[in-house]
Design a protein around this ligand. Structure first.
Ligand SMILES: CC(C)(COP(=O)(O)OP(=O)(O)OC[C@H]1O[C@@H](n2cnc3c(N)ncnc32)[C@H](O)[C@@H]1OP(=O)(O)O)[C@@H](O)C(=O)NCCC(=O)NCCS
Length: 147
């Protein structure tokens, strides 16, 4: 079994789009998956040649906004998302990032549990933020460079 994290490539668009479609009612369109920018970090998690996870972050100065993380449905709840994000956190620390922040729907219980397990804590809330009326929880994680 070979598990690796590598940079996202344009050729991955179909596989990544399929993962997002499985997980979201309104997934990003394929066009937004083809945009390239230096401020965005896009990574895929690959198991034996198959893409099973996707992550995107926007880096602004020494902070990173976790815009998206998704694991292919049939591979969820196996510790792979945790492995993926922990490896990315290590990589961000090496790049001098001191804080990661994100927003998550108050209805997305599994993602909230996931982020909390990784140490993210609440710093604010936006009421009725999403179309379905749910709130956006704003979570953050400070990266201790001493670890
Ligand atoms: C959130 C997500 C990335 C987690 O990835 P995962 O590989 O399934 O998570 P892991 O197996 O590494 O789980 C780590 C922890 O997250 C929490 N968790 C994960 N899935 C959960 C579930 N279905 N119910 C409750 N808690 C859950 C648990 O605390 C879990 O630890 P535990 O198994 O020891 O209890 C995955 O569920 C996913 O892709 N969800 C859909 C996309 C999404 O909502 N992304 C976040 C918003 S952009």
């Amino acid at each position: 079994m070979k598990l690796e994290i590598r940079d996202y490539k344009i050729e991955d668009v179909e596989e990544v789009y399929n993962i997002l479609s499985q997980n979201f009612i309104h997934p990003w369109d394929k066009k937004s998956l083809t945009l390239v920018s230096n401020n965005f970090i896009k990574k895929v998690l690959v198991l034996d040649g198959e893409i099973i996870g996707f992550l995107e972050m926007q880096v602004v100065a020494d902070e990173a906004d976790l815009v998206m993380i998704a694991i292919k449905k049939e591979f969820q709840r196996k510790g792979l998302g945790e492995y993926f994000l922990k490896q990315i956190i290590k990589y961000l620390k090496e790049r001098g990032i001191t804080r990661i922040f994100l927003e998550v729907s108050s209805k997305n219980e599994k993602a909230i549990n996931f982020y909390r397990k990784l140490g993210f804590v609440d710093y604010s809330i936006r009421k009725n933020y999403y179309k379905d009326g749910s709130d956006a929880l704003l979570l953050e994680l400070y990266l201790d460079s001493g670890d």
